[in-house]
Design a protein around this ligand. Structure first.
Ligand SMILES: [Fe+2]
Length: 314
């Protein structure tokens, strides 16, 4: 599939020129003279490169690029400008992460080469992103190898948690971080001795105290690996309870980050609907009933309602 290069300029003549220059050049060129519509398009479609004018009515190029960074951080941004003063240039580089400036009027060769460089950068970012995701997923599967009780648990928790995040209309970036955090939520179990992890019975008090360390141990590892705050929060707080009786910090209600509250619902449901050595799995209906009975105690009532109504497990 051809990658999309989006040109935004209030001057239609420039847009027509861009269409002509990029005809048969191996990319899908889209042109728009309305930055508001362009921003909507960037939020809905996969745009590899955005080439924007700066001086436009209603929304300037800097504002468009700044907003595009939120809805599509991976899109590589280029700014065309007739005159860039120092403050505009600094803002574009520091705040908006503009990849390159092109002075207007531009030469076709210069624009073609700049967009080619931007597409190369976009592809590199895509590869890095995929590799990152593969590494995180492999790590989650390695943890499951140690904990024989929970095979497939991380993938299922991620699937339920992302469904809840989607139902809450959280951004795609947030959904992705919630997926990563769900995969890694129990990564601190790597530090729990196997005779405790695979005890096959209810843990005694001292074993349980040892097991409880897995959330803070895992968060330490995630911090050292420079993972995002969302991922760290999920690992650290996924055993906090809505009523404040959880661990490790005893946070209560909305003091618990939303990403952790979401993963708690997903984690509890999956634990109940999976076999454990000391009990068989509950049926889907029984597990949902038990999750509902935890509203306001272990789990946030609104998120439980959302899970029960919008995110019926497959
Ligand atoms: Fe856990």
């Amino acid at each position: 599939m051809l990658e999309t290069v989006l040109f935004v300029d209030d001057d239609r003549a420039i847009l027509e020129f861009a269409e002509e220059v990029f005809r048969d050049k191996g990319c899908n060129v889209v042109t728009m003279n309305d930055p508001v519509a362009a921003l909507r398009y960037i939020g809905q479609e996969k745009v590899a490169v955005l080439v924007s004018d700066n001086n436009m009515p209603v929304m300037g190029g800097l504002e468009l690029i700044e907003k595009a960074n939120t809805v599509s951080p991976e899109t590589v941004k280029i700014m065309m400008t007739a005159y860039a003063d120092l403050s505009v240039t600094l803002c574009a580089i520091n705040k908006c992460q503009v990849f390159k400036f092109i002075p207007k009027p531009w030469e076709p060769r210069e624009m073609l080469n700049t967009v080619k460089d931007a597409l190369r950068r976009y592809r590199t970012l895509q590869i890095m992103h995929r590799e990152n995701e593969d590494v995180l997923h492999s790590l989650a599967q390695t943890i499951e190898l140690k904990d024989s009780q929970t095979r497939g648990h991380c993938d299922r928790v991620a699937s339920y948690a992302v469904q809840i995040a989607k139902a809450l209309c959280l951004s795609t970036d947030m959904q992705r971080e919630i997926k990563y955090g769900s995969w890694l939520h129990d990564c601190g179990k790597i530090g729990v001795p196997e005779h405790v992890l695979n005890a096959g019975r209810k843990l005694d008090a001292s074993e349980y105290e040892l097991m409880k360390n897995h959330s803070s141990w895992g968060a330490d590892v995630a911090r050292k690996a420079n993972l995002s705050e969302v991922v760290i929060n999920i690992i650290l707080y996924h055993h906090e309870r809505f009523d404040g009786a959880g661990y490790p910090c005893g946070l209560r209600g909305e003091d618990i980050p939303i990403e952790s509250r979401i993963v708690s619902v997903a984690d509890v449901y999956d634990a109940l609907s999976s076999d454990r050595p000391y009990r068989p799995r509950f049926s889907q209906e029984e597990a949902l009933e038990l999750v509902i009975s935890m509203k306001g105690k272990e789990l946030e009532p609104a998120l439980v309602d959302l899970f029960v109504t919008c995110c019926q497990p497959s």
